[in-house]
Every structure is written in C-alpha cells, then in structure tokens.
Design a protein around this ligand. Structure first.
Ligand code: SF4
Length: 503
C-alpha cells in the first residue's frame, strides 16, 4: 500500500481514547470510541483498534489502515460492554505489522487488562530485560501491559489487585513519553508521564444535564463529535480513574510538578488539530501568534508580494503572517483532500514528485508574483524543494521566499515523534542560506526559538515548561541509549562513533 498523504512531514506516534459509561445509560461505547478515533485520525493512520469490556470478557477489533477501513457497522455492534479503550497508530517503536497494533491486552492472574499508549519509552529495552517474560511484539506498549500485570511486592494477594499502585510503580520505572489509557475490570485508568510530553484530556457525556459517560482522549477535538464536553486535562504525573463514581484522581501530581514538565511544543506547531485545546489554550490561536511573530521577525518587503500557506496545518500561521505584515493573503496551493492510502502504485515519475499528486498551484493567484510561502516545519527538505518547483513552474511565481513558523529541526525526537535521524535532518548541518540554496528558495527564514516560546507561553494555562529538544538538542530525559541506537542504525554516525572510540 502506498501512502500518498505522508510527504516529508513529522509523524505523530498515536491517539488514544477511553470511555466508561453508567449502567443503564444506553451509551454505545464502541460507537463513541469509533468517532473519537475518527477525530484523532491525524495522530496516526497506520492502524486502529478498539477493546471493550462487558464485565466478564474483553471484545477486540484491531487492524491496519484508517479507522474507516478497520471498522464496519457489524464489527462495532459486536464490541459489547459499557467501557472500552481505543487507539490510532503510527509506528515509532516497533514495526508496523499487526502484532504491534494496539490496544494490547493480557489475561493476568488478576483479571484482563488492555492498554493503549501514545508516546515512546526511552528505557523500553531495559524494562523488557527486567520483566523476563515472553514477548509477542516489539512494541513498548506491550512492555507497559506486562509491567502492569506484575503484582506489587507487598500487594495483598487475598484482596483485589492494586491497579493504582501498579500504575504508580510504572510512573517511577518508565522513562520517556507516555499518555496511557488502561481498561481494567474496575474502571478505565488514564495517566500522563511526569513530564507530560503528550496531551491527554477528560470529558463528560451528559443527557438532560446528567452525566452518562466519561471519556479520556488525546485531544479535545475528539470530544465534540460525540457530544461530550471538556472537563479538564490530565496533569503530568497524575493518575485518574473513570468509573461509576465519575472522574477520580487516584494519584495526584507530585509537588514541584511544573518545574519538570516538558509538554511537546511541536503539538502546537503541527500535531494537534487547530480546534483542540492544549494546556488550556487554543492550538489555532497559538498558530496565529506564531505567524504574527514570524512576520515581525522576517517580513518580506516590496511590491507584488502575496502570502500563501502549505495546506492544511500552515494556513493559520500564513494568514496571521499576512495580516501582521500587511500583505495580501491568497490561496496558492490546493490540496487533494481525499488523497490517502492506495493499493495502486504510482509510477516511478509520480513517486519522485509526490507533491504533484497532492497539490495544485493556483496560477491565477501566483503568476508574476513574489510569493511568501509559509510552512510550519521542514524535515529533510525534499517536500519543500518540490513545493517551490510547483509554485514556480505550475504557479508562475517570479520569486519564492520561504518563511517557516517554527525554528529549524536539528535533532531527532525520542519521545514518540518520527522526525528522522540527525543525518537526515536538513537543518542539522545547514544554515538558512544553505537550505535556501538546496530547496531553491530566493530566501528562507525560520521563526526563532524565543519567538516560538513567546507564542506558546502567552496563552498557556499552567507555568509548565515545554520540550523543544528537536530544535535545541536539550532533551528533558536521558536519551543516551536512543542516541546509541541511532548511531548503530546510521552508518555515517556509527563510523564517527567507532573512530571516536578508537582515538
Ligand atoms: S523533541 Fe520535539 S517533537 Fe519530540 S517531544 Fe520534544 S518538542 Fe516534541
């Protein structure tokens, strides 16, 4: 299968959701989770899965492809029960085969559990070795499920299993990024790692003002399609339970919480949907502020200038750039919104220029103009090069000035986002002028890191910090093992390491 939608863009690790409904409420949990996943499809398009719990047994359907390809009406009807969890996948850790598709489920000595995870454990290999069990997949979500299956040393074996205690132990042992939903017989648990890398919010579904069900979801955009309203976000390091009592904090965040938080700043740049709220603020408004600041830092002067954005994620920043720079904004690139995965292989020539399959330039708006092309990020630079060619050749632009509404991506992410390795990232070794020459732009300027932080911090609800490691190289967690893996995988870096060791 060929994915025509995924050009040279960062890829998010996953979207998760979990729902608990009141007995007799009539809420169709599987159907609601399906539509929540539908709204979270931007966070993962490789696979999807839903597990429901009917009080006695788990019902599972998962498969590769988009949510609409994996589920059919008949399947949804078979997913019985008044609670469940769901997952959209893009693979970072583990391959993209069926064995790695989530949710993961296990029959433990203390009942059946299922886990769905967004993020990446940076010490998954260490935890895997320590757990000493057989493995069915290469996914770090299975590591989480196995870690939860292990009873606590002092757990009262005669009584009920201490799921909150096991989750607390997970918070102590697991490093990296993890926003997780767990189905247990007693309720749905939702938690975020102590740094809060990935978002996770809570909502309630009401009928005539009375709660009928509670939901946890990666982003708030998953709530309104199912008629739920936002309650709040799960705090970094917090564990909550969704059950007949509503939403209960079973483990409060630790003191000094906001000194260590590191919410992924890229959620605002690219991943999160603009209609979501992250850390209490609108992603749309944050992207507007990025565009304003970009215009203040890197305005293009002169006549015959028009501003265009790369659909869809850059359009908000492009419009804001144009408004602040007092330049006309126009539609310059039209995206084929129905492009996605296809079983028909494009020809070699088509594959070499996927941008042409995805975008058309609007010649009437661009011909003879000096075009400011606003994008939210550049990874390898291959897509940008093709876009500029399209704007020049198909659109007839006289000049193309690239403005990027985020700083240069110089370092890989090990916290659940696929950004490419050091050697593949165009900004790792090239400055703005060199990148402009490589992609064929008349000029190219990025938003400064200070500008990005100012845009994000202005509306943040908490005093929490943000991870910006892909821009700054300052990782909030120990990533030495991940860097060593990267060195091994990439021969050039590996050779450099060996030379350094030999000296
Ligand atoms: S490295 Fe970049 S993409 Fe990864 S968590 Fe940090 S800010 Fe987000």
């Amino acid at each position: 299968m060929t994915d025509l939608d995924q050009l040279d863009r960062p890829r998010e690790a996953c979207g998760v959701a979990g729902m608990w409904s009141l007995k007799g409420s009539g809420v169709e949990v599987a159907r609601n989770l399906f539509f929540a996943l539908y709204a979270l499809q931007h966070r993962g398009q490789e696979a999807a899965g839903i597990c429901t719990w009917d009080g006695k047994r788990l019902h599972v359907k998962k498969g590769q492809g988009l949510v609409s390809q994996v589920f059919r009406e008949k399947r949804i009807k078979k997913l019985k029960g008044r609670s469940g969890i769901a997952h959209n996948r893009y693979s970072t850790t583990g391959g993209n085969d069926l064995a790695n598709v989530q949710p993961f489920y296990l029959n433990t000595n203390d009942g059946t559990i299922a886990v769905a995870h967004n993020g990446n454990l940076t010490n998954a290999r260490t935890l895997r070795r320590a757990l000493e069990v057989g493995w069915t997949s290469t996914s770090d979500t299975e590591v989480i499920a196995q870690a939860l299956a292990r009873p606590l040393d002092d757990e009262e074996r005669a009584g009920a299993p201490d799921w909150p205690g096991r989750l607390e132990r997970l918070l102590r042992e697991a490093q990296g990024a993890y926003s997780i939903v767990v189905q247990t017989p007693e309720g749905i648990y939702a938690l975020r790692d102590p740094h809060g890398f990935r978002p996770l919010c809570l909502g309630v579904l009401k009928e005539e003002g009375r709660p009928q069900a509670w939901i946890a979801a990666s982003e708030s955009c998953a709530l309104s399609p199912i008629g739920a309203e936002m309650v709040r976000e799960v705090l970094p390091g917090e564990i909550v339970r969704l059950d007949d009592e509503g939403i209960t904090t079973v483990r409060a965040p630790q003191p000094g919480l906001f000194e260590q938080t590191a919410l992924c700043i890229f959620e605002y740049v690219y991943f999160a949907r603009p209609d979501s709220r992250v850390d209490g603020q609108s992603v749309h408004v944050t992207r507007q502020r990025m565009g304003w600041r970009l215009a203040e830092e890197a305005k293009v002067e002169g006549d015959d200038v028009v501003v265009i954005g790369v659909p869809d994620s850059s359009l908000v920043s492009a419009m804001a750039y144009a408004a602040r720079a007092e330049l006309p904004y126009t539609e310059g690139l039209i995206k084929n919104r129905y492009i996605g995965r296809t079983f028909i292989e494009p020809s070699q020539a088509m594959r070499q220029n996927k941008v042409r399959l995805k975008f058309n330039a609007v010649r009437d708006n661009l011909e003879g103009k000096r075009v400011v092309l606003v994008d939210d990020s550049i990874v390898r630079g291959t897509t940008m090069e093709q876009l500029i060619t399209l704007v020049r050749e198909q659109g007839g632009a006289r000049e193309v000035h690239v403005r990027v509404a985020a700083p240069p991506i110089k370092h890989p992410c090990f916290m659940g986002v696929d950004l490419a390795s050091h050697g593949e990232l165009i900004a790792h070794e090239h400055d703005e002028d060199e990148i402009a020459a490589v992609v064929g732009a008349d000029s190219l300027v990025y938003l400064s890191l200070e500008g990005l932080h100012a845009a994000v911090d202005e509306g943040a609800a908490t005093a929490g910090g943000h991870c910006n490691a892909c821009f700054s190289g300052k990782y909030p967690v120990d990533v030495r093992a991940c860097l060593a893996d990267e060195d091994q995988k990439h021969s050039l870096a590996g050779r450099a390491l060996r030379i350094a060791e030999a000296v």
